[in-house]
Design a protein around this ligand. Structure first.
Ligand code: NZQ
Ligand code: ZN
Length: 384
């Protein structure tokens, strides 16, 4: 095990009918900015529940945060936070709205000239407006972590930042609000959850049997529950279980003391920045390519995944790697995620542009830091 330090201060309020709890949890004298997305919350009753809970608060609203939240949109909200002296931000929506809210919270207190520096140059976040959320989509784990991913269409970039200042003060997870999710988004969320666990598990071994078993627990439960949500979309228990898996997959608990490989996410973000493909789908496209390329480095863990999670009994090591990759692709296909590079618009030009951008930043991806522009081209050429 590697050394680690762990602190997760997020109060999780989980279950049916919990949105009303926000009136107890937000400071009484707060001036609240309610941030939301494209309007789903107005169609499914979540907005009304939030308004009722906040009836005795001083509230300003900011709607229109896009999927893959855009820097320029969020900067409009930063202006409102400053002009209106907002003291608390409440995000109501999916991971994009919450990530956007985290950025608004940090950017509003940023003292440098351009808050984009937080993303591009890793400028330090020294403070943020306190924030919390009502999360409506099980996928990102953003409700229990201090990370956010923000896009800038002008430069076709999609970059992440993390800071303890943007941990939500609390997160309301009411799984019944997910009944209105289009099944495409449900599938995206399951793929995202799966790959979050994978990128903290299919790395290199550091002798961490407990962390391994915890990762496998989420994967095994996910494989069990995923088909049920499509067969029984109105089943609350299935929705609840899937949400808690998504939250636990990226609340920082799986990665303590172990190696992490975020290459699939890093490459997937670049693809989304250029093509707009949904986050979960970008991951399902890239992951098999990363494994085919890194089979020597990751073979041992891929086979462990195959044997312990997919219950494969192929004795030959090389064949077991192939069988695990095939089982993973089949799992994505079972979610209805099966488009090709061409269908997503991942052309040779897109691949070349991504490789050049990554090289120009001077970064290398992966737990071994061995994936640069050249390897990204090779990986994407190994994706179907
Ligand atoms: O915008 P509205 O109208 O609310 O509609 C959204 C959006 O169109 C809709 N939706 C959300 N909840 C709903 C609903 N529709 C009906 N009923 C509901 N209950 O779903 C669409 C997608 O929402 P979005 O928030 O974009 O999805 P998701 O939660 O998957 O978030 C994706 C973003 O999170 C980032 C991704 O890169 C992407 O930008 N990630 C954030 C991470 C983090 N903070 O830790 C980690 C992840 O790896 C990921 O990168
Ligand atoms: Zn993700």
């Amino acid at each position: 095990m590697n050394n680690f330090e762990y602190c997760n201060p997020v109060r999780v309020v989980f279950g049916k009918g919990t949105i009303s709890r926000i009136s107890d949890l937000i400071p009484k004298d707060a001036k609240v900015l309610v941030v939301y997305g494209g309007g789903s919350i107005k169609k499914n009753g979540v907005y009304d529940q939030v308004k009722t809970a906040l009836k005795n608060f001083n509230v300003v609203e900011f709607g229109g945060v896009e999927p893959n939240p855009q820097y320029s949109t969020l900067m409009n909200a930063v202006k409102i936070v400053k002009e209106e002296n907002i003291t608390f931000i409440l995000s109501v929506g999916g991971g994009s709205t919450l990530d956007g809210s985290k950025f608004i919270a940090a950017a509003a207190k940023y003292e440098g000239s351009d808050p984009w520096d937080i993303l591009e140059k890793g400028a330090e976040v020294k403070d943020a407006v306190p924030l919390a959320d009502v999360i409506t989509l099980p996928a990102t784990g953003s409700e229990m972590n201090c990370l956010a991913v923000i896009s800038k269409k002008e430069t076709m970039e999609k970059l992440a930042f993390g800071s303890p200042f943007v941990f939500p003060k609390f997160s309301i997870i009411d799984p019944s609000v997910t009944f209105t999710l289009p099944l495409r988004q449900v599938a995206n969320g399951i793929a995202d959850t799966f790959v979050h666990v994978i990128e903290q598990y299919v790395t290199h071994s550091v002798n961490s049997p407990l962390q391994d078993r915890q990762a496998e627990a989420i994967l095994l439960a996910l494989l069990d529950e995923a088909p049920k949500v499509f067969a029984m979309p109105n089943d609350y228990e299935v929705r609840a279980n899937l949400f808690w898996m998504a939250t636990q997959a990226l609340n920082g608990w799986l990665n303590v003391g172990v190696a992490q490989c975020w290459a699939t996410h890093n490459i997937g973000h670049e693809i989304t920045a250029r093509t707009g493909v949904d986050h979960g789908r970008s991951l399902a496209l890239v992951l098999p390519g990363v494994w085919r390329h890194q089979r020597k480095e990751k073979g041992e863990r891929i086979v462990q995944l195959g044997r312990r999670v997919f219950k494969l009994d192929e004795p030959n090591f090389e064949k077991a790697i192939d069988a695990t990759i095939a089982a993973t692709v089949k799992f994505f296909q079972s979610l209805g995620i099966n488009a090709t590079k061409a269908e997503y618009g991942v052309t040779d030009e897109v691949i070349k542009a991504i490789a050049e951008l990554v090289d120009s930043r001077g970064v290398k991806f992966g737990d071994r830091g061995n994936i640069g522009g050249k390897e990204i081209v090779e990986i994407l050429n190994l994706c179907d």
